[in-house]
Design a binder for this molecule. Structure first.
Ligand code: NAD
Length: 376
C-alpha cells in the first residue's frame, strides 16, 4: 500500500506528519512512502533525509496514488483523494460539520487523532499531549522574549534583579510544562485549575496552587480526566480570587480548555488593566476563543496600560522541528496497530477500541457518535 505525506507549508503549517525515523519504520512494515517535496522544510528535514530512508519524493498530485494519507491538519481540498483512502490527522471537527461531511462524501476513512483515548496503551499516540507539552514550553519562551526584565533573581555587585512572578492558569499537559519551564528559568510560579488532581501535580513541580476549593471543585473532573464547564457562581468566585493575585504578577500564561466547548474566560479586561506596565500575558487558548479578554488570534496586543497580550496561533508550530518528530511518532504508533502483519496492509476495524474512538468518517458516512447526528 502507498502512504502519502503532503507538504502543508502552503497552509501555513510548518509541521509534517512523518519523520525520517517513521518513514524508515513504515517502509520496514512493507509500505511504499511518497513524501511531497518540501514537506519537511518547516521542520528542518530536507527531502534528502526522507529519500535516504526509502521514501520517494513526489508532488501534491501524488495524493491520488495514496491508500493512506498522513497529515498534521484535516485536508481542505479533497481533489484527487481515492475513494476509500485512509486519512489520519488532527481533524478539528467541532464547528466544522461541512468539512467532516465532505470527507464522508469523498468516501474517506478519516481518523481524528485528537480523540485518541487517554489510556496507557495509547499514550504513545496522544497528539494532544505531545503537542501541548511543547506549546507549554514555548509559551514561557514567548513570554520571556516579550518581557523586558530577567526571569531569575540575580544578585549582582550592581544590585539585585527580583525573580519574575509567573501565574499559570489551567494545569493540564501544557500548563504543567509551562510551570516546569518557568521554574527552570528561575521564576516564582503559582498556578490554578478547577480539577483537584492538579493540586498535587502543581506542588510536585515546586509551584504554589491557588483555587476556589468548594464542593463544585471537588467534582469538577470527568471520568476522562477533563474539566467540566463550571457554573456562573463558581466562575464569579474564581474571578474574585484571581483578580487580586493577577495584579501582582509579571507573567500570566493561560491554557484552560474544555473539550468541545469554547475556552472559559478567566482574565477580564479589568484584570489586565490592574497589571503593571511591561507585564506579559500569553493566551494559549486563543484559537478556541481565548481565556483572556482582548487577546487577538495571531497578534501581540499592547494595552493602554502597557501590558502585552500574546495570542500566537499554532504554538506547537513555533517549535516545529521538535513538534513534528513527536507528532510523526504518534501517528506511526497508531498506524502500526492497524497493520495486518501477514498481508502488510492496514485493516480497518470499527470495533477496535482505538479506531472506534477516533474514526470520524467511513464508508461514505459520518460515523463518530459526536458528529453523526449533525450529519443526518
Ligand atoms: P485541556 O487541554 O483539556 O485543558 C487544560 C487545563 O485547563 C485542564 O487542566 C483543565 O482542567 C483546565 N481548565 C478548564 N477549565 C478551567 C477553568 N475554568 N479554570 C482553570 N482551569 C481550567 O487538558 P489536558 O492537558 O488535555 O489534560 C486533561 C487531563 O488529562 C489531565 O488530567 C491530564 O493529566 C490528563 N491526561 C492523561 C493522559 C493519559 O493518561 N494518557 C495523557 C494526557 C493528559
Amino acid at each position: 500500500q502507498i502512504i502519502f505525506v503532503p507538504a502543508e507549508g502552503g497552509a501555513g503549517e510548518p509541521r509534517v506528519a512523518a519523520s525520517p525515523e517513521t518513514v524508515k519504520r513504515l517502509a520496514g512494515l512493507g509500505f511504499d512512502v511518497i513524501v511531497e517535496t518540501g514537506a519537511g522544510q518547516g521542520s528542518r528535514i530536507p527531502d534528502d533525509e526522507f529519500a535516504k530512508v526509502g521514501a520517494s519524493i513526489g508532488k501534491a498530485s501524488d495524493v491520488s496514488k495514496a491508500d493512506i494519507v498522513l497529515r498534521v491538519r484535516r485536508p481542505s481540498d479533497l481533489k484527487g483523494y481515492k475513494t476509500g483512502a485512509v486519512v489520519i490527522a488532527t481533524m478539528d471537527p467541532y464547528g466544522n460539520d461541512a468539512a467532516v461531511q465532505a470527507m464522508a462524501k469523498a468516501g474517506l476513512t478519516a481518523f481524528a487523532m485528537e480523540f485518541m483515548p487517554r489510556i496507557t496503551r495509547a499514550q504513545v499516540m496522544d497528539v494532544l499531549s505531545s503537542q501541548a507539552n511543547l506549546a507549554g514550553y514555548q509559551a514561557v519562551i514567548d513570554a520571556a522574549a516579550e518581557y523586558d526584565r530577567a526571569l531569575p533573581m540575580m544578585m549582582t555587585a550592581a544590585g539585585t534583579v527580583p525573580a519574575a512572578k509567573v501565574f499559570v492558569m489551567g494545569v493540564g499537559v501544557a500548563g504543567l510544562q509551562a510551570i516546569a519551564t518557568a521554574r527552570r528559568m528561575g521564576a516564582v510560579v503559582t498556578a490554578t485549575d478547577v480539577r483537584p488532581a492538579a493540586k498535587e501535580q502543581v506542588a510536585s513541580l515546586g509551584a504554589k496552587f491557588l483555587a476556589v476549593e468548594d464542593e463544585e471543585f471537588k467534582a469538577a473532573e470527568t471520568a476522562g480526566g477533563y474539566a467540566k464547564e463550571m457554573s456562573k457562581e463558581y466562575q464569579a468566585k474564581q474571578a474574585a480570587l484571581t483578580a487580586e493575585h493577577i495584579a501582582k504578577q509579571d507573567i500570566v500564561i493561560t491554557t484552560a480548555l474544555i473539550p468541545g466547548r469554547p475556552a472559559p474566560k478567566l482574565v477580564s479586561a479589568a484584570m489586565v488593566a490592574s497589571m503593571k506596565p511591561g507585564s506579559v500575558i500569553v493566551d494559549l487558548a486563543v484559537e478556541r476563543g481565548g481565556n483572556v479578554e482582548g487577546a487577538q488570534p495571531g497578534k501581540v496586543v499592547t494595552t493602554a496600560n502597557g501590558v502585552k497580550i500574546v495570542g500566537h496561533l499554532n504554538v506547537p508550530g513555533r517549535v516545529a522541528a521538535s513538534a513534528s518528530l513527536l507528532y510523526a511518532k504518534n501517528l506511526f504508533a497508531f498506524l502500526e496497530t492497524m497493520v495486518d502483519k501477514e498481508t502488510k496492509t492496514i485493516r480497518i476495524n470499527p470495533e477496535d477500541e482505538l479506531q472506534k474512538a477516533t474514526m470520524l468518517t467511513n464508508g461514505g458516512a459520518v460515523v463518530h457518535p459526536a458528529f453523526a447526528k449533525a450529519a443526518e
